[in-house]
Design a protein around this ligand. Sequence first.
Ligand code: VJV
Ligand code: CA
Ligand code: ZN
Length: 388
Amino acid sequence: MNGIVRPKGYNVSWHSNPDIEKHHFGHAHPMKPWRLTLAKGLIMSYGMHTAMDTYVSRMATREELEDFHSAEYMEYLKTAKVALPDDDNPKEFNLGSSDCPIFEGLFNYCSMYAGASIDAARKLCNEEADIAINWSGGLHHAKKAESSGFCYVNDIVLAILQLLRKHPRVLYIDIDVHHGDGVEEAFWSTDRVMTLSIHKYDGYQFFPGTGDLDRTGPDSEENPGAHHAINVPLADGIDDEQYVWLFKTIVGMCVDRFRPTAIVLQCGADSLAGDRLGRFNVQVQGHGACVAYCKSLNIPLLLVGGGGYTPRNVARAWAHETSIAIGCDANLNPIIPAHTPYRSHFRHDTIFPTLDQILGEPRPNKNPDKKIREIVASITEQLRFVNM
Ligand code: VJV
Ligand code: CA
Ligand code: ZN
């Protein structure tokens, strides 16, 4: 069992549901809920579930979903009929496009991943958990009355709304390769939530096309949300060294200035090297170092999933990050246990596949150190406008 022990006086809750994993977005669609089955198999084959409080997540109620989403959109989502995706003719609420197809069981799928994030947030509010995990959540593009980029219901917004019932200030951090536009927009006008997204940005082509450095919140004297949106736009190929340095530097500055009482970390695994849709060169180690840094702050922490389109690497990252949450990462044997379900998926040219080694075409790093320092300088200046 690799010597997994439950940390003393420290609670990690894990929220999942096998029913979520069975849904299909359709043939060749990059979003595969099945990656959650792969991740769960890995987490359990290491015995990590024995060190956490595990919960089978329930469906969020209509009332809970309508804390953020419009009743009209939720009604449409519930009753939408399966149809062939039509890219040229997006239907109402952007449903039925090739990015956001209407598939069998869609409403149950959305209610379940949202229910898991809401319950995870409540565990933190009740002080029943120090870290709460929902790898099926993290669907950061969904809007009040619109689906977008594989996201239909914004479980992160719903979870943050729960946290705000008890916590005066919540810091949202998003390491998915895409800009966390839905969460940013939802809390655009409040100074109780600071949003920070690190992402690939090239002006307009890379989805969703927003998230430039100067997008910092509605700039007006009367608006408390001004300056509370932080965006870190990056070019292709960023490596662990630059990424982790940037992450620690910027998150450190945000925590000093904003003094959050809870943190939500969206761990989108499409920022990893070799991702089918991503552009970065981040390794499992670097991705995990971001989780470890957040844990080290000793502030209630909600971990959610997000993107990630090379399933074996998504499973590696989230299993590694689960081990960081429970504090057994240093004791894990990196060789994936022989009895891991679907172990063949982790094999390439190696007989002994490991948890942390991912195969991916190295992408040329288009991020000069000078640019990275300029980003930090600009955010340092921005944070001076955030009231302490
Ligand atoms: O770039 C876009 C939008 C288009 C229109 C739709 N076509 C298919 C692609 C271009 C402008 N959408 C992005 C959405 C990315 C969502 C990321 C979500 C997250 O990781 O941030 C959080 C979960 C995009 N990139 C790639 C694709 N869509 C894509 C969609 C497909 C596909 C291949 C690529 C949909 C169906 C099929 N193949 C069969
Ligand atoms: Ca991001
Ligand atoms: Zn993404």
